[in-house]
Design a protein around this ligand. Structure first.
Ligand SMILES: [Zn+2]
Length: 377
């Protein structure tokens, strides 16, 4: 495929040397490419090629840019309010490619509670960078720590592990500096290296952050005086109370919010961007037929329940999963999943709603799944 250039490494002129626990300005040295180098905390001896050619991390024209880097509104309870990378949404299982030559420095396989990722360290000129590829499931199918990869080499496949609303690649870029690492935006960085992530997308659904975000409390929630549960309770807010917050503002996982005329702090996992679904009303019996003027006849059938109003989750509607999805003990990703429901399985009716979460039963276990993975049938 033309986008996946297999750049020759013959011109590689430098390799990076990392000493365990130190960061590059102190530890990276340019040495002849043939020299063996111990790297990666005792892993295999590895020569790190200089990155000179770059590619998009997903095949061109196969993805949508769903979020840019920077301040944003939380897409789901507990998500970050400042987005640390660019999100490229595509089909589950799509190949992920190293954007440049480098060496694999971390492989963390994902689960419902762990955001899987692969880290690749690159040497560009005299600067060391790390690219991170998040939300993958298996981190070790294609690569292992210490392995040298080429630009465009497949390293993993797109998944939706950890705090994620659907299959996508979250790409991060870090520059190694004397004091540690600094977060950069991969989009302009790649663009300056002739890789335009935006024009290679089939669509861009990412929005620029609004001046305020609107959230709803996912349950009865305490509005607090500060960014911790140790601070005083300013008010007790009912479930579904609308609050606003400024994108990017967060402290200790608490968001500073305005709830009507009151200001305070609410833990981010108790706020959802989605207004909670109002539970469907109890089925009401059809009005009893008017007693006939002649001899009364007892009704032969029980009255039928009235149909549920359109748009509400009917007590009678059953749902199935649209992808493998985790059944959680609470309406958030905070707690470990009870089990993973395979794609296309019936979870019966929705027992309750909380924000974007729906309470369902599968395989004898009752828990919560994200509504985006459920479809009525
Ligand atoms: Zn992301």
């Amino acid at each position: 495929m033309k986008l996946r250039s297999r750049h020759t490494l013959a011109l590689a002129t430098a390799i990076a040397l990392e000493v365990a626990g130190l960061f590059p300005a102190a530890a990276v040295a340019a040495v002849p490419v043939s020299a063996p180098v111990s790297s990666l905390r005792g892993a295999a001896t590895t020569a790190v090629p200089a990155a000179t050619a770059f590619v998009t991390p997903l095949a061109g024209k196969s993805y949508t840019v769903s979020a840019w880097q920077g301040p944003r509104c939380m897409p789901m309870p507990g998500a970050s309010t400042s987005h640390s990378g660019v999100d490229l949404a595509t089909r589950n299982g799509s190949p992920i490619y190293a954007v440049g030559a480098g060496v694999v420095t971390a492989t963390v396989s994902g689960s419902s509670s762990v955001t899987g990722h692969i880290d690749i360290r690159h040497t560009v000129g005299n600067v060391t960078y790390t690219t991170k590829y998040l939300h993958i499931w298996s981190a070790t199918t294609h690569v292992k720590v210490g392995q040298v990869v080429k630009a465009g080499q497949q390293i993993s496949s797109v998944g939706t592990s950890g705090n994620s609303t659907g299959p996508h690649l979250h790409l991060e870029l870090w520059e190694h500096q004397a004091g540690g690492t600094k977060l950069l935006d991969p989009v302009p960085w790649l663009k300056s290296r002739s890789v335009d992530v935006a024009t290679q997308a089939t669509a861009i659904t990412a929005k620029t952050a609004p001046s305020t975000c609107t959230y709803y409390t996912t349950g009865v929630v305490n509005l607090r005086a500060g960014a911790s549960t140790a601070t005083a309770v300013v008010a007790n807010l009912a479930a579904g109370t609308m609050v606003t917050a400024v994108p990017g503002q967060v402290s200790n996982s608490f968001l500073p919010v305005k709830a009507g005329s009151r200001s305070g702090w609410i833990a981010n996992w108790l706020l959802s961007p989605t207004r909670p679904v109002v539970p469907a009303p109890e089925p009401t019996p059809a009005p009893a037929p008017k007693p006939p003027t002649t001899a009364p006849k007892p009704p032969t059938t029980a009255p039928k329940p009235a149909p549920a109003p359109a748009g509400s989750s009917s007590a009678m509607t059953t749902y199935k999963t649209t992808a493998a999805v985790n059944l959680r003990p609470t309406a958030s990703t905070v707690k470990k999943a009870l089990l993973t429901i395979p794609k296309g399985k019936s979870v019966g009716r929705i027992l309750a709603s909380s924000g974007s979460w729906r309470k369902v039963t599968y395989a004898g276990k009752t828990g919560w799944v994200h509504k985006d993975y459920l479809k009525a049938y």
